[in-house]
Design a protein around this ligand. Structure first.
Ligand code: NAD
Length: 405
């Protein structure tokens, strides 16, 4: 199943469990708008290259479309549609007044210089300036995009439209209107959800954790979890995986990756084939979609999975894990800390306010705890898996505000 097929099946399953009527489910399967563009970029060599780009706007019943921009050589429209649908559900479960959208650019950013990246970001802003905006569609970073790209897009948008509020995009650098706490928000949100549910998930104190993906979400989560007393036994990135069943020295691993561009070879860390198959209590997929599939799910030993990545588990693998009694805290809740602090940034920009790191964290705690409790309550009331429960909460909230046609 492709990510888009998976997302659509999830809407149908949760829609039925929530008792929604057929028309509401159909409307939630519908994508409002998608724009395809071809971005011309002057390369350092003097030549011109064109990059395919997409913006998908799925649903805005609860507020402006909201979702990141992914730069990846394999990103395609099917994937961006799925990610947009998941954003709608995520904003609703997190209880923030935003809808769902997503963007993608087909590019391998590792091949671009900083100047080329800036020209690509500015070309993106020019191509999509008509459809984005503080009250229309508010992008953010995703895989391979950072505050630098957000700042360039914001700057270009402000030149085109004159809107200098910064609220057109989130994940900006702090001096340029970014929120304190946004850089760690996804991982911090995942930790808050984990802490809210830890006893119910029956995780032992000092639980052993394996993390797939060592970027913004996974790398930060590993550090926060280690500081909170969890034992990080394995981590991986796109180049390889390392493990130490007695616990990895994360500082040494981060230093090794900084110096050598890979985790492999870090001190006291044995290279392993597959991070997903390492013996652990809690598995954190924090890389890309479809990482846990029918062909590798047999190796998974964890009893709990907390999905920091979007769509890391295929539907087939999900069913197998359910039948084995593995509890999966779904992406729509587990990684919603990122969009929640993005919304805080948007709110600060639109009201010209600046919250302290403590204020941001307190508000995030409140949102994550409430969302986790609501999901668990629905899981028990309807006797459905956590993923279905999270989606039921989201879809009921969406159905309540469905505009008349
Ligand atoms: P990132 O680019 O910072 O990091 C991605 C990491 O995954 C990198 O370490 C990369 O090497 C690794 N990776 C790629 N392919 C891999 C593979 N096959 N095996 C192991 N590792 C692999 O991206 P990110 O922002 O951390 O996003 C990761 C996931 O989290 C994505 O699914 C993204 O949609 C999701 N997410 C991120 C945020 C956020 O705020 N950053 C918010 C919500 C969801």
């Amino acid at each position: 199943m492709t990510p888009n097929e998976t997302a659509r099946e999830q809407i149908k399953t949760a829609g039925a469990a929530a008792g929604l009527n057929r028309e509401t489910i159909e409307r939630l399967l519908n994508i409002d708008r998608e724009v395809h563009a071809s971005l011309p970029v002057r390369m350092d060599s003097g030549g011109l290259r064109f990059f395919s780009a997409y913006r998908v706007e799925h649903n805005n019943w609860r507020g402006p479309y909201k979702g990141g921009i992914r730069w990846h050589e394999k990103v395609d429209i099917d994937e961006v549609r799925a990610l947009a649908i998941w954003m709608t559900l995520k904003c609703a479960i997190a209880g923030i007044p935003m809808g769902g959208g997503k963007g993608g650019v087909v590019v391998n950013p590792k091949e671009l210089s900083v100047g080329e990246k800036e020209r690509l970001a500015r070309a993106w802003a020019k191509a999509f300036a008509d459809i984005i905006g503080p009250k229309k569609d508010v992008p953010a970073p995703d895989v391979n995009t950072t505050s630098a790209e957000m700042d360039w897009i914001e700057d270009e948008f402000s030149k085109i439209t004159g809107d200098k509020s910064g609220a057109v995009i989130t994940g900006k650098s702090v001096p340029n209107g970014g929120s304190l706490g946004r850089d760690k928000a996804t991982a911090r949100g995942g930790m808050l959800v984990l802490e809210a549910l830890r006893e119910r998930l029956e995780l032992p104190a000092g639980a052993r954790v394996a993390v797939q993906g060592f970027g913004n979400a996974g790398g930060t989560f590993a550090r926060l979890a280690s500081e909170a007393g969890y034992k990080i036994v394995a981590v991986s990135d796109s180049k390889g995986a390392v493990a130490n069943l007695n616990g990895l020295n994360l500082a040494a691993i981060e230093a090794h990756k900084r110096e050598n561009g890979t985790l492999v070879g870090a001190p006291d860390a044995e290279a392993v084939e597959d991070v997903l198959a390492v013996d652990c209590d809690l598995l954190i997929p924090a890389a890309l979609e479809n990482s846990i599939r029918e062909d590798n799910v047999g190796g998974v030993k964890a009893k709990v999975i907390l999905e920091l990545a979007n769509g890391p588990t295929t539907r087939e693998a999900d069913e197998i894990l359910q039948s084995r009694g593995v509890l999966i805290v779904p992406d729509s809740l587990a990684n919603s800390g990122g969009v929640t602090v993005s919304y805080f940034e948007w709110e600060q920009n639109t009201t010209n306010a600046k919250w302290t790191a403590e204020e941001v964290d307190a508000k995030l705690q409140e949102k994550m705890k409430a969302a986790a409790e609501e999901m668990w309550k629905t899981h028990e009331e309807l006797a459905v898996p956590l993923r279905v429960a999270a989606h039921v909460v989201a879809m009921r909230r969406l159905a309540e505000v469905a505009p008349a046609i």
